[in-house]
Design a binder for this molecule. Structure first.
Ligand SMILES: [Zn+2]
Length: 258
């Protein structure tokens, strides 16, 4: 069974963009960790940063538990994620501790600075994690990885870049069978739903996710879908392992997308 790490910027991002795929992988017996760079400490108009962080860590752990996954937080802070040396050390240590063979992370281009920085950090930490001379200076450093893990990018939020252009995925995962669980996972993030209701003035947290997941599915002619792109940089593994783990009935390749 594979060890899989889904690592994104904030609590709820992985559920929004890959919850259905993670549920599919969990059903096949793979070991899944969901990690976030921050505990979402800016996500409240009522609670202070540490109070809301405690709430959101709990919500994220509850969401992960619905598919038998673990949750962990890298403990950076909202709007302060940068691809710098101290942060790269932290993320490398997380990779060495969780020892994933497959990593799913944020899209390189997305609407929010934290998402783009998280994407670059994870990409580069995957490269550094198997390098013995790249030291993290953690108190009890974990052993290096045997090799660079397989790396995939999730969709950007709403499947679009900063100019509103559709970001074409390499393939769509058919998540019709796990969509109800995806919705349930996202519903665990009740404080975020309240925050967005106040901040954006609309309460369509779950419905928005449903709309976006349906739009992604439509690209491949299925009711609900999630898109992924493989990172193709040398010398990251290129074997298409995520597609293999999910199987041909769940993965709709680009050539099948009308
Ligand atoms: Zn986010």
């Amino acid at each position: 069974m594979a060890r899989i790490l889904a690592i994104h910027a904030h609590p709820d991002d992985a559920e929004f963009l890959a919850g259905g795929t993670l549920a599919l992988l969990a059903d096949r017996g793979h070991e899944i960790t969901i990690a976030t760079m921050t505990p979402g400490d800016c996500g409240s108009a009522e609670l202070g940063p540490e109070e809301i962080a405690a709430v959101r860590r709990r919500e994220a752990a509850n969401a992960a538990a619905l598919i038998g996954a673990k949750y962990l937080c890298v403990e950076m802070r909202d709007l302060t994620i940068f691809n710098d040396h101290p942060s790269r050390r932290c993320v490398t240590e997380i990779l060495r501790k969780t020892r994933p063979e497959l990593v799913l992370t944020a899209a390189p281009v997305d609407y929010l600075c934290d998402h783009e920085a998280a994407s670059a950090l994870v990409r580069d930490a995957c490269f550094g994690a198997p390098a013995p001379n790249y030291r993290t200076h953690a108190e009890a450093p974990a052993p290096i990885l045997d090799r660079i893990p397989h790396l995939y990018f999730m969709d950007p939020l709403a499947g679009r870049d900063r100019e509103g252009q559709l970001v074409e995925p390499d393939f769509i995962v058919n998540v019709a069978g796990t969509f109800a669980r995806k919705r349930e996972m996202l519903a665990q993030h009740a404080s975020q739903r309240r925050w967005l209701e106040q901040h954006h003035g609309t309460d369509d947290y779950l419905d928005q996710m449903e709309r976006w997941t349906r739009e992604r599915g439509q690209l491949a002619g299925v009711p609900y879908g999630e898109g992924f792109r493989k990172y193709r940089g040398h010398p990251y593994p290129q074997s298409g392992w995520l597609e293999e783990l999910l199987g041909t009935e769940a993965v709709l390749f680009r050539k099948q997308i009308p």
